[in-house]
Design a protein around this ligand. Structure first.
Ligand code: 5GP
Ligand code: ZN
Length: 111
């Protein structure tokens, strides 16, 4: 499958790892929008939030269980979690991921 994030998980594309366990990987975004900008992905390919099911939702739950630790590793406890789902929302990589953004006062709230 031609998926950038699957290749990062497989180590075929280099990334700056922040956290890893058997279910998830967190790495620094290549184009950060804030001092802390980490991408958190499940180690199985799920296209987007539209494809979360009873069978694979444990990966998404695990991401949220680990978010405080991943944030703390980078010295922050206040942050924004963003998931873009689908073209209109600006999802550019079709492997579900959550942006962990912080390390500064975040402006530009949509909601
Ligand atoms: P999306 O726009 O789909 O919500 O987020 C995709 C994110 O992945 C973007 O913020 C983009 O900068 C990041 N990204 C795309 N390709 C790579 C890559 O090869 N390495 C890393 N570290 N981040 C990437
Ligand atoms: Zn993938």
């Amino acid at each position: 499958m031609d998926c950038i994030f699957c290749k990062i998980i497989a180590g075929e594309i280099p990334s700056t790892k922040v956290y890893e366990d058997d279910m998830i990987l967190a790495f620094k975004d290549i184009n950060p929008v804030a001092p802390v900008h980490t991408v958190i992905v499940p180690k199985i390919h799920i296209d987007s939030a539209n494809e979360v099911t009873e069978d694979n939702s444990k990966y998404v739950a695990h991401i949220f269980e680990k978010i405080p630790e991943i944030a703390k590793l980078q010295g922050i406890s206040s942050y924004r979690i963003i998931n873009n789902c689908g073209a209109d929302a600006g999802q550019s990589v079709l492997h579900i991921h959550f942006h962990l953004v912080g390390g500064t006062e975040l402006g530009e709230k949509i909601i």
